[in-house]
Design a protein around this ligand. Structure first.
Ligand code: ZN
Length: 50
């Protein structure tokens, strides 16, 4: 698990520096707003149970 220092793109595994970088990556590389919203929602909920 590598949640501390960065976030990997859930779609392609690309390593991004942080959640904002991942959001930009999703918008630029994937251009699928539904997947972006879903991914951010999952990221937002993940840390709470850790
Ligand atoms: Zn990606």
């Amino acid at each position: 698990m590598r949640f501390v220092d960065g976030t990997d793109c859930p779609l392609c595994g690309e390593a991004t520096a942080d959640r904002e970088a991942l959001r930009l990556h999703l918008m630029c590389q994937h251009r699928k707003s539904e997947l972006t919203d879903l991914s951010l929602a999952l990221l937002g909920e993940a840390p709470a149970s850790a």
